[in-house]
Each structure stands twice: as C-alpha cells, then as structure tokens.
Design a protein around this ligand. Structure first.
Ligand SMILES: Cc1cc2nc3c(=O)[nH]c(=O)nc-3n(C[C@H](O)[C@H](O)[C@H](O)COP(=O)(O)OP(=O)(O)OC[C@H]3O[C@@H](n4cnc5c(N)ncnc54)[C@H](O)[C@@H]3O)c2cc1C
Length: 481
C-alpha cells in the first residue's frame, strides 16, 4: 500500500496553505501562532520551495538560493520565527565584481558604495547622495512610470560602468531589469544598501528544519507529498481544497503556488470577472535560472580572498539580453567555506545565471543532457580564471536548468522570482474575486527573494486574520463555537 500522507487529517481547518515556500511557511506559522487551525500542504517531499538544498553521496550538500539577502531578514525572523533563527544570520563581508569595466571588492553597503562611486568612479558626491536618498525614499505607492533606466539616467547620465555596479547584483537578486519600474529596483537596492548582504549559518537545511520544528510547536498540521489539485469554491467564496482525492474544508485558502498556476490551474477562470482574467493573463513571469553546483574534494580549501559572492562577466557592457542569453557571459559565484556549515570540511562553489525557460523547454532528452554537460564544462572553464586548478580540486559537479526549477516547485516556466511588477496587484486583489482566497508568494519583484517572500507571507497572514475575525460568527468555521 502506498503511504497515505494525509492520514489523520481533519475534515476542516480555519486556513489551508498550499505550498511551503518562505511565504507559505511564514503565513502558516503566523496564523497558527495567533490561534488559527492551519493545514500546510506541500507537493514536494521537502519543505522550503526555492529555499532548498540537496545532498549527494560522499557528504556533499548544496544550497540552491542561499546566496545573500538583506539585513531585514534578522528582524523578520526574530518577529515571525524564533530568536535562534534570527541569531544564525551573519554578514557576508566580501562581495566582488570582475568585468571588463572594473574589478573591485566591497562590503556592499551605502558607505562603501559612496566611497567607490566618488573615489574610483569619480562621480560627484552630490549625485551619489541624491541617488541614494531617492532610492531610499521609494515605496510601493510611488509613481510606477519611471523605469530603472530613467532613474539611472537622471543621476548618472551616460555612465554605463556606474549602472553596471548598481544594477548587476539586483538583476541577480530578483530578475529586475532596466525596463522595470524604478521602485522595484529602489526598494530592494536600498534594503541591501542599509547594511550589506547576509546569509544563514548552518545552511538552508538547518533553517528549514528549525522552521518546521517551530510550526509543529505552534500546531500547524504539516503534510508533504500532498499535491493540491483544485481550490474549491462555494456560493460564499472559497470552501477548501481537493488533494489526494479528498476534499478538505476551510473558509480561507492561502496559495503559495505560482500566481498564474493558482489562478488558471488550481482555481479556474470560471470563478473570476472577465476583466480580472485579462489582467491576470497579462502578468509577465520573471526569468528563470541555471546553476552549476561544484563540490571540492574533502579538506581542499578555497582562498578566502575569493570573497563570498563574485559577480563575474566577460560582456563588454551590461545588457539584459546578454544576461539571459544561453551563450553565458555573466555568472554569479557563491563561494561556500566550511564556516557556512560549521564543522564541515567542505568548500562548494555555486554558479548562477539568469536564463530563459524557452532556451531549455523544447530540447529533446539527449540534447537537454548534452546542454547540461556543456553548461558544467563551460562554467568550469570560466571558474578557472579564479581557481586555476579547479578541475583537479573538484569532487562533484552538476547543473540545474529552468526545467529543474519548474519540476521541483511547479513554477510556471521555472520562474525564479515569480512575476514582474504587475503581478502584485493581481495577487493582492484575488480575495475581492473569491472571498477567502489569498495568494502569498513571489510577485511584483519587491515581494520576491527570501525577505520579500517572507514579509509577504506576514502581510497576507494579517489580512487573513482580519477576514477570519470578520467572519467569526460563521457557524461553519472550525473552533468558532
Ligand atoms: C537559483 C535561485 C537563486 C536564488 N537566490 C536567492 C538569493 O540569493 N537570495 C534571495 O533572497 N532569494 C533568492 N532566490 C529567490 C528566492 O529563493 C525565492 O524568491 C523565494 O524562496 C520564493 O518563495 P515563495 O514563498 O514565493 O515560494 P516558492 O519557493 O516558490 O515555493 C512555492 C511552493 O509551493 C509548492 N507548490 C506549488 N504548487 C503546489 C500544489 N499544487 N500543491 C502543493 N504545493 C504546491 C511548491 O512545491 C513550493 O514548495 C533565488 C531563486 C532561485 C531559483
């Protein structure tokens, strides 16, 4: 008999959360803490969504999306998770850039960027100050007409080198480009600039284990390998989900699945106004990624002078299409030293590149495998510039592609960072279409990444809590009597 991952599940909950990405986990935990009965359903055998890791024989362990996040994670983890989680967040102090325009190392915060821009790039100090102040004051309600490119042109006209320094890391962090609204850049850039780049000591596996334990303490009913097939809608709004052939009831469903998958696959457009359907259809997905994971032989160290994160490119100029091209010129290397997982004797390198789903989707199995091998080999060639004898030191290497991300998270087209800006309004207005149905997950660029997704989970949990309070007299609600 196959194992029943829903064994003992209740027939009703206050809230069902579909998906255990950081937004789903945080929404589930926040709601359980405020006394709600929460069921968390994850289709994968692991929790975490894109915040994940994998193991290979001989003790290799690779993180997928643990490259860096802003300092705000400390506060969010302390408030919405635990002190132990918050206290494990540490700074990455050596961020490097190496491209045909410049090579430098920075702590990636406002003071150091100001120093670099004024002294090395010879930009007038007033322009630098004006730019930082403008970016810091940006918020969600600002004008969305100005593009990132126009913002740069206003402060640094004609300075492609400056634009590259300011933009390249953010393009890697959330997929935003010069064509996106300036606020999607300004908010994320300022978050990083406040105090630099941070990571989680102990690795993603430790973080997700601690989150799982905390959810269990707060009473979340956590189920893996439970693929939600349908969101069920009744006369007065959402009424539950269908999963594994069962119907489970709840007056609130929070979907952490991809926004388009939530609307068009799990819900169905028959429940929506035609104008909303048009709006949802028009939402553009963000790009996907490829990665190459490289483990060095046990005990073989990388010089710490390589830094923690290296934005490396051979492209003469910074261009969005070059960043996405299958002919890779830009790679971000994360160097993981044994201190990432205290007690380990391993160094790892993960190379990440933004990528288009279309470049990988239609390949035959044979071409796909050949293309992955090529990705590994060309990455090792490129890395040899920084670690000349990398092939001698190497114990294991493999690649992932947009197809891999799609497979493991069900994200439409393997989108690494959800949707472009317009996705946020669609995500936020879903409950106006179907009462009790919420979406919490990477959308709108600013709500993606570890911090954005986690904070969006909190925002949606608060909305859900108010909704449940307004409906407290509804007799169908579990625990309301
Ligand atoms: C290669 C890469 C590198 C990245 N690097 C960084 C980084 O360095 N720093 C940073 O801050 N961010 C990074 N990110 C982005 C960050 O990881 C994501 O933005 C964030 O983790 C997304 O969280 P989420 O809540 O939107 O959900 P997701 O992580 O997208 O998870 C959604 C979950 O829903 C589940 N699900 C979907 N459909 C169903 C269903 N029908 N039933 C049940 N479960 C379902 C999926 O299995 C998945 O677990 C990176 C992303 C990628 C791909």
């Amino acid at each position: 008999m196959p194992k029943d991952f829903l064994q003992g599940v209740q027939s009703k909950y206050d809230v069902i959360v579909i998906g255990s990405g950081l937004a789903g986990l945080t929404a589930a935990n926040t709601l359980a803490r405020s006394g709600r009965q929460v069921l968390l359903l994850e289709q994968h055998y692991k929790l975490g969504g894109m915040a994940t890791w994998f193991r290979r024989p001989k003790g290799h362990i690779f993180d997928i999306s643990l490259h860096g996040f802003p300092v705000g994670m400390i506060k969010s983890c302390r408030r919405y998770w635990t002190r132990e989680i918050a206290d494990s967040i540490v700074q990455l102090k050596h961020i490097r850039f190496d491209n045909p325009m410049f090579s430098l190392t920075t702590t990636f915060n406002r003071d150091d960027f100001t120093r670099l821009l004024v002294e090395q790039f010879q930009v007038p100090a007033e322009a630098v100050r004006g730019f930082f102040d403008t970016a810091r004051q940006m918020n969600f309600y600002d004008d969305q007409e100005t593009s990132v490119g126009q913002l740069f042109e206003r402060f640094f006209p004609g300075r492609e080198d400056v634009i590259r320094l300011l933009m390249e890391p953010i393009t890697y962090a959330n997929g935003s480009t010069l064509e996106d609204p300036a606020i999607s850049y300004g908010i994320v850039f300022s978050n990083f600039m406040s105090k630099g780049v941070y990571t989680f000591e102990g690795g993603t596996d430790r973080l997700v284990k601690l989150m799982h334990e905390e959810m269990l303490r707060n009473g979340v009913d956590v189920r893996i390998k439970t693929d939600v097939e349908k969101i069920l809608v009744g006369r007065n709004g959402v009424r539950g989900v269908r999963v594994g052939g069962r119907e489970i009831e709840a007056p609130v469903v929070v979907s952490n699945a991809n926004l388009k998958a939530t609307i068009f696959r799990l819900l169905g457009e028959e429940h929506l106004d035609p104008s909303f359907v048009d709006e949802a259809r028009a939402v553009r997905l963000n790009n996907s990624s490829t990665q190459v994971y490289m483990a060095l032989k046990p005990g073989v160290m990388i010089e710490e002078t390589q830094g923690d994160l290296l934005f490396s490119s051979t492209a003469p100029l910074f261009r969005t299409d070059l960043l996405l091209s299958r002919d890779i010129t830009s790679r971000t290397y994360s160097f993981y030293y044994p201190r990432t997982r205290p007690g380990s004797d391993r160094c790892m390198v993960v190379s990440s590149t933004n990528a288009r789903y279309e470049d990988w989707a239609e390949l035959s199995e044979e071409d796909y495998q050949a293309s992955k091998r090529d990705l590994v080999e060309t990455t090792l060639d490129a890395l040899a510039k920084y670690i000349p004898d990398i092939r001698d030191k190497l114990a294991h290497a493999e690649a992932s592609t947009p197809r891999t991300f799609q497979h493991y998270t069900r994200h439409v087209q393997g989108a690494s960072f959800g949707t472009k800006f317009e996705g946020l309004a669609v995500s936020r207005s879903l409950p106006e279409q179907v009462g009790g149905l919420y979406h919490a997950g990477s959308v709108g660029i600013i709500m993606s990444g570890w911090l954005g997704a986690m904070n969006y989970g909190v925002i949606v949990a608060n909305d859900v809590d108010s909704y449940l309070m307004r409906h407290a007299t509804d007799s169908s609600m579990v625990g309301s009597s």
